[in-house]
Design a protein around this ligand. Structure first.
Ligand code: GLY
Ligand code: MN
Ligand code: MN
Length: 489
């Protein structure tokens, strides 16, 4: 169900009635009779909200913009939210604002553009957004982006109060940016219309510096962000509990029952899942990005569930548990699980301020290499195994990553700031070692094949060590079994 005709969209950017663009097509031109057009143009109540309080993080977003301003004095900085993307024909994917835009504004609406305009001693921020629909010209009911179809939007005045930034009509943004002089940078990858408008005025290298800076700015989380991450984790804990309670239904259907159950929790308590849930039963656990989730769920197998709720403010958890579907690990499953647990314990213990980011990875990998040598799957000594990385046939991936608004947060940060950097209080990261024995791996005894185990927790670096934000879920094999028995009643 869509509006019969739509106003023009250009390059993904809304382009309705812009003063530098095509005039709005009048209702008569769309076969709407004048009487209906007049009727639809009037008789609507004024609904402007007054004295709206700012969003809770408005002070934080202002501080982040100030840090950005200080890094790029005298330059115009453009940070788009992004646009709706077509899924098929006239249906769109659910919209998720760019992390950079949400981080700097708190706004989550499509088509928004934050502009930091150089001004005396810093920058002035302006938020370009789509305003309320015009009722006079029929836009509100004849355009696909009209409020009758898309729902009431915040007026520019309302949005200004909420986000603490003066707001302007986004349909003027491209023209204004094109005609403005002076150096400019844009965060690429979100809004092709805005990028096209700036094409002759920006370079990939200078734009990348802006993206890198914003990525590094997010490495240390403020108190608001830590609170949001904890909310994400707490909802995720409840989502895992939901899944355990319906494992019998999953056995009767497929992994999709698990995906749907977790998604329900994510949508009811948060915005969405922060990434495609991995609901991997049996050997699917050995496929690291198993998101098809269409396999059988069988008693006697393990379920590797890697899932995270994303909050309304777009912070996501990233948690994995590997559970015995019938509630009890077999001997070989327990042996592998306990090894991964020991590895995770060593990794978590290495997370503290002043430690190198790599330390927890090294500590975790050391334990896994020891186990693989102990089990006779690799020839020692362990130091040689680690030096050559031989354990990687079964450990497959890195032991963790920064976590925040993106599940793999701060991904554009420079090596020296992240991978080769030092942990600081306020950083949040995952510790997630795993062992994966593929079904066709002839180098291991048959009993190992098809078993994949990962345990993943979200760890906050504190002043004196760390806090496991996802400690609400059990981790040892015996605690997991007791927890499942309790939940299954
Ligand atoms: N869920 C993706 C990851 O663990 O990194
Ligand atoms: Mn994960
Ligand atoms: Mn992860």
């Amino acid at each position: 169900m869509r509006a019969g005709q739509q106003f023009t969209r250009r390059g993904g950017t809304v382009a309705v009635a812009a003063d530098d663009q095509q005039p709005v097509e009048q209702p008569a031109a769309r076969g709407v009779c004048e009487e209906l057009a007049r009727n639809m143009a009037s008789g609507w109540a004024h609904t402007e909200a007054h004295d709206l309080p700012p969003i809770p993080q408005a002070g934080r977003t202002a501080a982040r913009r100030a840090a950005l301003s200080a890094r790029f004095p005298g330059e115009r900085l453009v940070v788009p939210a992004g646009n709706l993307r077509i899924r098929s024909n006239d249906t769109e994917y659910p919209f998720r604002a760019s992390t950079e835009y949400a981080y700097l504004t708190g706004d989550l609406k499509e088509d928004g553009v934050l502009v930091l305009e150089p001004a005396d001693g810093g920058h002035e921020a302006a938020l370009y957004r789509l305003p309320r629909s015009d009722k006079e010209n029929g836009e509100f009911w004849l355009d696909g982006q009209g409020e009758l179809w898309a729902g009431r939007r915040r007026s520019l005045t309302e949005a200004g109060a909420l986000y603490g930034i003066p707001c302007r009509d986004v349909r003027t943004a491209a023209g204004l940016l094109r005609s403005a002089g002076g150096p400019v940078r844009v965060v690429r990858g979100h809004d092709t219309g805005i990028e096209a408008a700036l094409a002759d005025m920006t370079t990939a290298e200078t734009d990348e510096e802006l993206r890198v800076f914003l990525s590094e700015l997010r490495l240390v989380k403020d108190a608001f962000e830590i609170g949001e991450l904890q909310k994400a984790v707490d909802s995720t804990v409840r989502g895992f509990e939901d899944v355990v309670k319906v494992l019998d239904k999953a056995e009767a259907t497929s992994e999709r029952y698990i995906e749907g159950t977790f998604f329900l929790r994510a949508r009811v308590e948060g915005n969405d899942v922060g990434y495609g849930s991995i609901c991997a039963a049996g050997p699917h656990a050995c496929t690291l990005h198993w998101v098809r989730n269409d396999g059988d769920v069988r008693s006697g197998d393990l379920l590797l569930l890697d899932a995270g709720v994303e909050t309304h403010s777009l912070y996501t958890a990233d948690v994995t548990r590997t559970l015995p579907i019938n509630g009890t690990y077999t001997d070989i499953q327990r042996k592998i699980y306990d090894a991964v647990y020991a590895s995770q314990e060593a990794g978590i213990a290495a997370v503290k301020p002043g430690a190198k980011f790599r330390d927890f990875h090294d500590a975790s990998q050391h334990v896994l290499a020891e186990k693989l040598v102990e089990w006779g799957l690799l020839e020692g000594p362990v130091e040689r195994v680690l030096e050559l990385g031989l354990q990687r046939r079964w450990t497959l991936h890195g032991t963790g990553h920064m976590l925040g608004m993106d599940v793999h947060d701060c991904a554009a940060a420079r090596r020296e700031a992240y991978v080769d950097g030092t942990l600081e209080p306020g950083m949040c990261l995952t510790v997630e070692p795993g062992l994966y024995f593929q079904t066709d791996d002839l180098t291991v005894p048959e009993e190992y094949r098809g078993i994949g185990v990962r345990i993943e927790d979200d760890i906050l670096v504190t002043e004196d060590g760390n806090r496991n934000m996802s400690a609400g879920l059990p981790r040892t094999s015996t605690e997991v079994e007791a927890w499942m028995a309790r939940l299954k009643g």
